[in-house]
Design a binder for this molecule. Structure first.
Ligand code: NI
Length: 256
């Protein structure tokens, strides 16, 4: 069985056939899905999905690109919902200098606030970091991220940066990019990482693996990701599934 540790089934691109896609997952060996909140509206839809489907869990947090209008009242609302049984982490939170908006100072303010929130609710963090490795590492150290733990979702940085995140006890979300022909950097990182720090994720509907690159992604495509990890690590597909599943349960203690 495979756990999709990061997906966005609340996205409107699933509006036409969400039920059908989700109904098919367990028959395709996808045992659990963790739906990641990214805006306040997405967090609300994530809660609905966790109520409707036994096998869907959620994380609540505001993505750096969606934090411009965020208020402390919103944070308090998220905090209250984090107590729910099926909310396993705070996220996705972080820094995005690729899109580079809103202003970096605003992104940093809410990244800091949401790291503190993770501490307050004693849940791990799901970190989104794009083109912002150094500031992410610096801020995580300042806020003692090591004490709370979490995952760098859709890991896209170098081996050298991976060392810093490993030292802080973090996990690494690996998805479709590991199958890309131009995904050499991530392949090297996967080779370097200890197997017990890798989580399988899709980031659906984005980042569909080869041979479905460019199409809408869903959790069934994780079989391609697992196969790519197995090849890089010299393990069997079954071993990768077992280890990654155990990793997800170790990090997300509320996941049943
Ligand atoms: Ni995401």
């Amino acid at each position: 069985m495979i756990i999709d540790t990061h997906a966005h089934y609340d996205d409107k691109v699933f509006d036409e056939d969400r039920e059908a896609v989700l109904a098919d997952l367990q028959g395709k060996e996808i045992s659990r899905v963790i739906n990641s909140g990214s805006s306040l509206a997405a967090c609300k839809r994530t809660l609905e999905l966790t109520e409707k489907y036994d096998f869907i869990y959620g994380t609540l947090g505001i993505h750096p690109c969606d934090c411009e209008e965020l208020t402390e009242e919103d944070i308090q609302w998220i905090k209250e919902k984090c107590a729910l049984k099926k909310i396993v982490a705070v996220g996705e939170i972080g820094l995005d200098y690729y899109w580079d908006e809103p202003d970096r100072e605003i992104q940093k303010k809410w990244f800091a606030r949401q790291m503190e929130l993770a501490k307050e609710v004693q849940l791990p963090m799901v970190i989104h970091s794009r083109d912002a490795a150094q500031d992410t590492i610096t801020m995580m150290k300042e806020h003692y991220a090591r004490e709370i733990g979490g995952v760098i979702h859709c890991y896209s940085y170098s081996k050298e940066s991976a060392r810093d995140f490993l030292d802080m006890g973090f996990y690494f979300g690996v998805g479709g990019v590991v199958t890309f022909q131009n995904g050499k950097k991530l392949k090297e990182v996967v080779e370097y990482l200890p197997m017990d720090r890798i989580l399988t994720e899709t980031d659906s509907p984005y980042l569909s693996p080869v041979p479905n690159r460019g199409k809408r992604n869903d959790s069934r495509n994780l079989h391609y990701v697992v196969a790519a990890i197995a090849e890089i690590k010299g393990l069997s597909v079954e071993e990768v599934k077992e280890i990654c599943k155990a990793n997800a349960h170790r990090l997300y203690t509320k996941l049943k």
